[in-house]
Design a protein around this ligand. Structure first.
Ligand code: HAM
Length: 431
């Protein structure tokens, strides 16, 4: 029997996983600079959590949930997104509410039963940030600025910020009626799905990608024309804040997003080179969600970035190449294997040196290779130095692998370690 990775999922292997580490480190650093702290929520939640927040009539809830019953018959769902779980955690854990606004982030896999294609998976990773407890337009600007900062820190500079406002509970129902009326008049030209959306969720028609719907959508009334005075003012203030931060954006009145919890500001960032799936990420305000979950009035805003898409958009050039070990310890004779392993451990120094920068990456053969084969292996994995055991009368022999040059012998473990660290830091410091 041959097993395969489930459709729409993938293994992230050494060689590629370093790019993920790099992205994760960069993102964590950016989050820290803006004062956002990480929350790790479970991979699954009560199904109802997503039905109530993402929305019953959305594609995510109708078609894409991974839902199962546990042994006690509870309905659970693999999280399709991170905002609803974070809001649940926010309400459940008083320390998260100690500071207002709360600035939180998460990173991890999400699950949607979608048709797989480039940049679209059934298990995919998101980085998300949420700011809970401010209705101010500056919060919207901070979010978009943080989003941009993460992209720019990983070398993605040419992006397009799309911005829209969906109004609130005062003006959105008015708009929904207006477009329902409009699309009713053109119902014959709509695709089957859109005919259904007309009843359940007419705003979603604006997001339909079926070509035959495009001309009807193009003529639809703009949401921006039906904003109430407060929403219109908020939108203007967000635009002013963005301009103040020097962030370019395009207003896109057709941007509706695929989740129902949004109010007022919504945004997406698009990057070239992603084909049909050109949104690196998106987000928006959700001023009612905390209240809908039984919490106090807590206006909030957030975004998520698709990590696969971000890595695709960044390409290889920005990512530092994977590094080989600093040292391979070579056992010159079979009896020297224990000595080789002991030296390797002492060189790593991981127990005594808390700072990884001072720790050496050391590998040693455990496959019973001959001395010759160990040397071949050391050069294949791009070790910088080979150190030979058993130790000779003058100390350890050391070879610079790239230069093929023998270095001065080192009398003791400690001398060897200091010499290696000194040389490595010398080489690494200009970076
Ligand atoms: P979303 O637009 O559904 O928003 O997803 C955000 C990003 O996740 C997308 O722009 C895309 O990069 C990535 N993504 C979504 N589905 C897939 C997939 N099947 N395969 C690969 N990548 C995918 C949210 O999830 C909201 N929670 C964002 C948010 C946070 N709004 C407020 N706070």
């Amino acid at each position: 029997m041959k097993f395969q990775v489930p459709r729409g999922t993938r293994d992230i292997l050494p060689g590629e996983v370093e790019r993920w580490h790099w992205l994760e480190e960069r993102t964590r650093a950016a989050m820290a600079l803006y004062g956002y702290r990480e929350v790790r929520t479970p991979i699954f939640e009560a199904t109802e959590l997503f039905v109530r927040s993402v929305g019953e009539s959305t594609d995510i809830v109708r078609k894409e949930l991974y839902t199962f019953q546990d042994r006690k018959g509870r309905s659970l769902t693999l999280r399709p997104e991170g905002t609803a779980p974070l809001v649940r955690a926010y309400l459940e854990n008083p320390p998260l509410r100690a500071e207002s606004p709360a600035r939180l982030y998460y990173m991890g896999p999400m699950f949607r039963y979608e048709r797989p294609q480039a940049g679209r998976y059934r298990q995919f990773w998101q980085i998300g940030a949420e700011l809970l407890g401010s209705a101010q337009p500056e919060a919207d600007a901070e979010m978009i600025d943080l989003f941009r900062a993460i992209l720019s820190d990983v070398g993605l500079k040419s992006v397009t910020v799309l911005l829209n406002s969906l109004g609130d509970s005062v003006c959105r129902p008015r708009y929904r009626e207006a477009i329902r009326e409009y699309f009713k008049k053109h119902v014959d030209r709509l695709c089957g799905d859109c005919k259904e959306r007309l009843e359940t969720n007419p705003l979603r028609i604006l997001d339909c990608k079926v070509p035959s719907c495009a001309p009807v959508i193009a003529g639809a009334p703009s949401v921006l024309d039906s904003l109430c005075a407060e929403c219109a003012e908020h939108f203007e203030a967000v635009k002013r804040s963005l301009a103040g931060l020097g962030i370019a954006y395009e207003v896109d009145p057709r941007l509706v997003r695929g989740l129902d919890y949004y109010t007022r500001t919504v945004f997406e960032i698009h990057a070239a080179g992603l084909g049909a799936q050109n949104a690196v990420g998106g987000g928006g305000r959700y001023d009612q969600l905390v209240k809908d979950f039984g919490g106090p009035e807590t206006p909030a805003i957030g975004f998520s970035i698709g990590m696969e898409r971000l890595l695709l958009a960044v390409g290889d050039s920005a990512v530092p190449p994977p590094q080989g070990p600093d040292v391979c310890v070579i056992a010159l004779e079979p009896g020297a294997q224990v000595e080789a392993q002991a030296l390797a451990r002492s060189l790593r120094g991981q127990l005594t040196e808390p700072e990884t920068r001072r720790a050496l990456r050391v590998m040693v053969d455990v496959a019973g290779r001959s001395a010759n084969a160990q040397m071949k292996w050391a050069s294949k994995i791009a070790a910088r130095w080979a150190v030979f055991v058993p130790k000779g009368p003058e100390g350890y022999a050391v070879r610079d692998m790239a230069a093929g040059k023998d270095e001065a012998k080192q009398p003791s473990d400690e001398d060897l370690r200091r010499w290696l660290l000194g040389r490595r830091d010398l080489v690494e410091s200009p970076r």
